[in-house]
Design a binder for this molecule. Structure first.
Ligand code: IVH
Length: 686
């Protein structure tokens, strides 16, 4: 017989609870899927944990609604189909989170009670914000690396993990038949910055943050592409017992001794109060580290105690994470303006009521593109939450809809360029709006000239963006070539104002002389600098170097067809199409011819032989050099009569080792008895 003991209102309440549980499960499943499968997180860890805690509490209180498929029981994530999958020897768990000293005291109390001990020692480590890895070694040699996957099964991403230079292929003084370690793969803050600088040069959409980039990169099918992402890895646990290792602290020292990259920031804490000191110590200092961290991991030090405590289906009882909250503030969007880049890309920017956050005053935040405005449903006048975590750029995380003016309307993205008013267009499957009117649109004209004079291009000093805009306003320049036609008399005492409210600026004798000298000096810049300076979409500094080394002069490049351009190393369809398009435009050919007339370098120096000093010598180069780019060191070898090969063989005479040379190359060079020389040794040879 059904139970009719509920009153109607109780039944209503139960229905509400059931719905609330269903809603929470769906939301958490959705965020898990985004996080594990698409490497994206659109809510903060704190918000996520709050949702999870509400779900756990409701399921505890109303066990009739418990379900084995609830995200409170299973770990999120699916396995990517393209990689071979392996079962983990031990399930890869996650950590429960704490956010306060009270939570920590409670945790310590619980463990003392469970273990029946007066005091517990812990080892604290930073919680690196990356991607969990399990790495297996057999007989002292790398065997395989697996992702966390769904916790039970993960993807074999060995080829990609082998691009991590700090991960040993062979262990030092250890030939255990089987040894598994676990750690976190990540991209350092500085490498992430460099990756995005390259993306910016090529005018490509930027990577959102180091964690997502590391995770996405490890899932790429082509390991040569992965190698370019410069992934690093910290090891934080040894998954095997050794008789003489009794504590977690000892296991970390052991891992370091056998060659793993174990950061020295870990600390043994005698009790929970020392744990709190460690947390306080790193709260602000962690911002200065070159790796993103989002908290502290606190582990019971004694390995026997760890075994006694065991794990739940989701997380170990012997470890817990303390999460630092990303600083978040509420502010109001006063306006949304639109910036036009040199390629015509339109970036919406929110102008904010200024707020103090993460040690600085934030007045604006990029809204990226129309899709992002739509995703967050951002409207003019909205109150929004902004966060400045490890990332340098503040981001709007959500809208405070409760405070929204009921009369506000959905934000309508502009249809015309804010400067030249021409109609904007969006490329298929892309989110960015473009203004195509590049001959007339002022920010595009000034942007192109600013790019042309920038450090990596023609490196023309003494002219700032304001002067460029002033010279354009006064009709003295309109494209990069015009810089070379400027005469002293054109600019001396030139007065200009950038807008109504701007002060009057005037060019004095000294500035004029400096400007003209810098322009003259730039005529000596190399062909690759000039090619980069032309600002062809997607042609960054490295691509320009590859193109000039391949085509030798501009005429060869101009007359090349798509198939010819695509032959060049690292040039794909998108770049090739862009180059062909650029040189199909009459205006651009006219610009090149004008630059030729004023004596700029439109041929590669490599076809000029300098000496025979390296005749008969075969080189392989590896790593990063201080005084040369890879292209230019190859060039130097060739113009002095030497040869360069990609891989080491018995024919190789010297391996030139730069910074961060791959460990595999070093081992192979030693095996083949090839002499390893430094960049400076090479310079003295030529
Ligand atoms: S110990 C649960 N130590 O945090 C198994 N994990 O939610 C024990 N993480 O993705 C993990 N830094 O990869 C441990 N120093 C550290 C860590 C760390 C980052 C990651 C871990 C996992 C997540 C756990």
């Amino acid at each position: 017989m059904p139970n009719f003991n509920f009153t109607i209102s109780q039944r209503m309440d139960k229905n509400l609870i059931k719905n609330e549980i269903k809603k929470l499960r769906e939301e958490i499943d959705y965020h898990n899927k985004l996080y594990y499968d698409e490497s994206e997180n659109i809510i903060s860890d704190y918000e996520y944990d709050q949702k999870m805690n509400s779900l756990i509490n409701l399921e505890k209180k109303y066990p009739e609604f418990k379900s084995s498929s609830s995200p409170s029981i299973k770990i999120g994530g699916n396995i990517t189909k393209e990689f071979k999958t392996f079962k983990h020897s031990d399930k890869m768990l996650s950590l429960s989170n704490t956010y306060s000293n009270e939570d920590l005291d409670e945790y310590d109390k619980r463990l003392k009670k469970n273990l029946n001990k007066e005091n517990i020692e812990y080892t604290c480590e930073l919680k690196y914000d990356g991607v969990a890895l399990s790495i297996l070694y057999e007989n002292g040699k790398f065997k395989r690396a697996i992702t966390r996957g769904d916790g039970n099964y993960g993807d074999d991403i060995s080829n990609n993990v082998l691009t991590i230079r700090t991960l040993p292929i062979k262990l030092k003084n250890n030939k255990s038949s089987s040894l598994e370690v676990r750690g976190e793969a990540f991209i350092s803050k500085s490498d992430f910055k460099k990756l995005n600088e390259k993306k910016k040069e090529r005018n490509e959409q930027l990577f959102s943050n180091p964690r997502n980039t590391a995770s996405g990169s490890l899932k790429l099918q082509d390991s040569t592409q992965v190698a370019k992402r410069r992934i690093n890895c910290f090891i934080y646990s040894l998954n095997r017992d050794f008789e003489d290792i009794m504590t977690h602290e000892e296991s970390l020292k052991f891992l370091k001794n056998i060659g793993f990259n174990v950061p020295s920031t870990f600390k043994k804490c005698k009790n929970i109060n020392e744990v709190k000191d460690y947390i306080n110590y790193w709260e602000s200092r962690r911002q200065g580290l070159n790796v993103e961290t989002d908290g502290i991991v606190i582990k019971v030090n004694n390995l026997d105690y760890q075994k006694k405590l065991g794990s739940t289906s989701k997380s170990p009882r012997w470890a817990i994470a303390y999460k630092y909250k990303a600083e978040s503030k509420e502010t109001r969007i006063k306006d949304i303006i639109f910036q036009v880049g040199r390629t015509g890309a339109i970036t919406p920017v929110a102008i904010l009521e200024p707020v103090h956050i993460g040690g600085s005053i934030v007045k604006r935040a990029s809204l990226h593109n129309a899709n992002e405005i739509e995703r967050l449903d951002i409207r003019l006048g909205d109150y929004v939450n902004i966060e400045k975590g490890g990332e340098i750029i503040p981001k709007i995380t959500s809208v405070v809809t409760k405070k929204r003016n009921p009369k506000s309307v959905v934000f309508d993205f502009i249809r015309n360029c804010p400067y030249c008013k021409s109609k904007l267009y969006v490329e298929k499957n892309q989110a960015i709006h473009y203004c195509k009117n590049d001959r007339i649109c002022l920010p595009q004209i000034s942007g192109k000239i600013e790019h042309f004079i920038s450090k990596n291009a023609m490196d023309i000093e003494n002219i700032g963006p304001e002067t460029i805009k002033g010279l354009i306003n006064k009709n003295i320049i309109n494209n990069p070539f015009d810089l070379y036609t400027i005469k002293y008399d054109d600019i001396i005492n030139l007065e200009f104002k950038l807008n109504q409210d701007d002060k009057i600026r005037s060019l004095k004798k000294k500035s004029c002389k400096n400007i003209l000298e810098s322009i003259e000096k730039s005529k000596k810049k190399s062909f690759s600098n000039l090619l980069f300076g032309l600002g062809i979409r997607y042609v960054g500094k490295t691509t320009a170097e590859k193109l000039t080394a391949h085509f030798k002069n501009i005429d060869n490049l101009i007359s090349a067809d798509f198939n010819g351009v695509i032959q060049v190393d690292e040039v794909g369809d998108k770049i090739a199409e862009s180059i062909i398009k650029y040189f199909s435009e009459e205006e651009n050919i006219k610009l090149v011819n004008n630059l030729r007339k004023v004596g700029l370098n439109l041929r590669e120096g490599s076809d000029i032989k300098k000496s025979n000093k390296l005749n008969g010598i075969n080189f392989v180069i590896s790593g990063k050099f201080l005084k040369f780019s890879r292209e230019s060191i190859q060039n130097e070898i060739k113009i002095h009569g030497g040869k360069v090969s990609k891989s080491l063989s018995s024919q190789t005479t010297f391996l030139i080792a730069g910074e961060n040379m791959g460990p595999k190359k070093k081992i192979k060079a030693n095996d083949l008895k090839i002499k390893i020389i430094s960049e400076d040794d090479f310079i003295s040879m030529i």
